[in-house]
Design a protein around this ligand. Structure first.
Ligand code: ADP
Ligand code: MG
Length: 573
């Protein structure tokens, strides 16, 4: 109980810092349980991992706030944000050396993601995981400060954030209502045959290139009448916006007129956003993958023959591997990998594409004849991707007219305003007797089941002993890179990885897969991803953690990003 905790603390006052280890365990705090899961080694090390478990009757959030997956995630997100706020208000009041007094949990950005920081069970039991810097003077235990922290401040955060009062109820209800509306749009996409929906009034641009905040004074989105659909949302009621139909959609327009901003909003629309973000009702098919050139990335055993034929060095592009892909080969691999990852839509921006992958003009065709050019440009395959593989595509192409004849719809961005110019494009093409872009022959998707074989993940052996002490070392560098054992993945250009906690989760996934022997070349990426997600479905966040006890700091990536990570593995050690 809390008395035991106080007694325990008194007994270690002024002792060396490692004495804190004796606190590990769970304490009944009267109303909730406090668990001290992992204790830091010294005041300057990564903070200790704690959690509180609040029973449903104490928490008191009504069941309709968590009785569907999307509602549960929305409620969890609210609880995390409220707890983080409460913790930041109290945490500076405890001082000391190193991280003494720190009290913090995840601080989510605008996306609403499932996070290890909070789990609400089917019955309404709330688990909230957080970090604490157990207080010290120098390197000795400051038990008085720790008592204040754990017996006074933490309970206050629990009261403020995890117990349902009128205010908490109102905030949670608003978030869950929004999640309902977002889910309704997602469900409607399929019924209406849409890739994406962009609600009228949405604010798409961000304040700066490095900010997730909406741009102040931006021109709100307005749908062209011919593309307008109205969806009757459960809470907001009838809501109109632009529906982007399945098939091939082209976004054109002058430079700086808002094309990339629209595409960016679409690629982020695979996630739900919080109220006030401006993109809360920009909803995209959740499997959509942004494609881009990634010069220098590794490619493992990808069949890119759909786009790249015989290479000058005679390499077989049915089984293409490289440690240093070119712009075009990287983008070709990107398409094939996206299909393997279950993408029903591809999003492409000319700004970040390899030109020679996208198009080739007639004059170049005439000069460098077919037998010397290994590339079949995307523009000649995109119709078959749609008609034969059912994969839609939204393409920003402001500089080449080659996509006009393959597009089902053409949107022009003009001073941030969207116009449907599909008919005008048809007329102009007819009047000019513009040549149709040819359709490349021999469309066949890769059939081979590709297996994942990852080298270089070795456990680090401590003190020369093998066995339970052998750890696979994991390091995460924000949205840039993560490493596991003796290998790493550069994720800087995996654009739909949006939160550093997703990178951490990817690292744990790879570690977990390695530990279970899933990366030995006997399993396909699909098997591995399915296994990892089934584990988390069954056992919650502890499934992906190293010691079977979850801590805060992980956010759920999409399967598409997990595929992307496996595909970009580089053995370094
Ligand atoms: P393009 O891709 O057509 O060249 P961008 O999408 O990069 O253009 O947009 C150019 C600039 O316009 C960006 O700085 C962006 O923030 C800004 N912008 C985009 N949409 C809007 C809008 N609706 N209102 C105001 N500014 C916008
Ligand atoms: Mg652009």
């Amino acid at each position: 109980t809390d008395r035991d905790l106080a007694r325990q603390l008194a007994s270690i006052e002024r002792r060396g810092y490692p004495a804190y280890k004796s606190l590990r365990g769970s304490y009944d705090m009267g109303g909730f349980t406090l668990s001290i899961d992992h204790v830091q080694g010294d005041p300057f090390a990564a903070p200790s991992q704690l959690s509180v478990v609040v029973p449903a009757r104490t928490a008191g959030f009504p069941r309709p706030l968590f009785d569907a997956p999307h509602r549960k995630v929305a409620l969890e997100d609210v609880l995390i944000r409220r707890f983080a706020q409460a913790a930041s208000r109290v945490s500076f009041k405890v001082g000391g050396s190193g991280k003494s007094g720190l009290l913090a949990t995840s601080r989510p950005g605008p996306e609403v993601l499932a996070r290890s920081a909070c789990e609400v069970s089917r019955d309404g039991l709330i688990t909230l995981r957080f970090e604490a810097g157990l207080p010290a003077h120098g390197r000795t235990v400051d038990a008085r400060a720790c008592e204040r922290m754990l017996l006074d401040l933490v309970p206050r955060c629990v009261d403020e954030a995890l117990v349902c009062d009128d205010r908490a109820l109102a905030v949670a209800q608003r978030a869950v209502d929004l999640a309902d509306d977002q889910q309704a749009v997602r469900d409607e996409l399929g019924r209406l045959g849409l890739v994406a929906f962009v609600a009228d009034g949405s604010v798409l641009p961000r304040a700066t290139g490095v900010s997730a905040k909406p741009l102040k004074g931006a021109r709100p989105f307005a749908s062209p009448a011919s593309m307008r659909v109205t969806i009757d949302l459960p809470h907001r009621g009838p809501t109109s916006g632009m529906g982007i139909a399945r098939g091939i959609t082209l976004i054109v327009g002058g430079g700086y007129h808002g094309k990339s901003t629209l595409l960016r909003a679409l690629q982020d629309g695979v996630y739900n956003h919080v109220a006030g973000d401006g993109r809360e009702l920009v909803i995209t098919d959740a499997t959509a993958v942004k494609l881009r050139a990634e010069d220098g990335r590794p490619v493992h055993d990808a069949d890119i023959s759909l786009f790249i034929g015989d290479l000058p060095d005679g390499r077989d592009t049915h089984r293409f591997s490289t440690e240093d892909a070119s712009g075009s080969t990287s983008q070709a691999a990107g398409v094939i990998e996206a299909l393997e990852a279950g993408a029903r839509a591809l999003l492409v921006d000319e700004d970040t594409s390899a030109t020679n992958f996208m198009v080739r003009d007639a004059l170049m065709e005439a000069v460098v004849s077919g037998e010397h050019e290994p590339i079949t440009p995307f523009v000649e395959r995109v119709r078959d991707l749609w008609e034969q593989a059912g994969v839609s595509c939204v393409i920003v192409a402001g500089s080449s007219g080659a996509f006009f004849s393959v597009a089902d719809a053409v949107i022009q961005m003009d001073r941030y305003e969207a116009h449907d110019i599909t008919e005008r494009v048809r007329r102009v093409c007819a009047d000019l007797q513009a040549p149709q872009t040819p359709r490349a022959v021999g469309f066949a998707l890769p059939q081979r089941e590709r297996r994942v074989r990852i080298f270089g993940i070795k456990p680090q052996v401590r003190g020369g002993r093998r066995g339970s002490d052998a750890r696979i070392k994991v390091r995460v560098r924000g949205l840039d890179e993560f490493s596991v054992g003796g290998g790493s993945v550069d994720v800087r250009l995996v654009e739909q990885l949006v939160d550093e906690e997703q990178t951490s989760a990817l690292a744990q996934c790879v570690r977990c897969a390695a530990a279970r022997g899933l990366l030995d070349g006997a399993h396909t990426a699909g098997d591995i991803v399915a296994t990892l997600y089934a584990m988390i479905d069954e056992r919650g966040w502890s499934a992906w953690s190293e010691h079977g006890d979850a801590s805060c700091g992980l956010a759920l990536p999409r399967p598409q990003e997990l595929f992307a990570a496996l595909n970009r593995w580089r053995a370094t050690g």
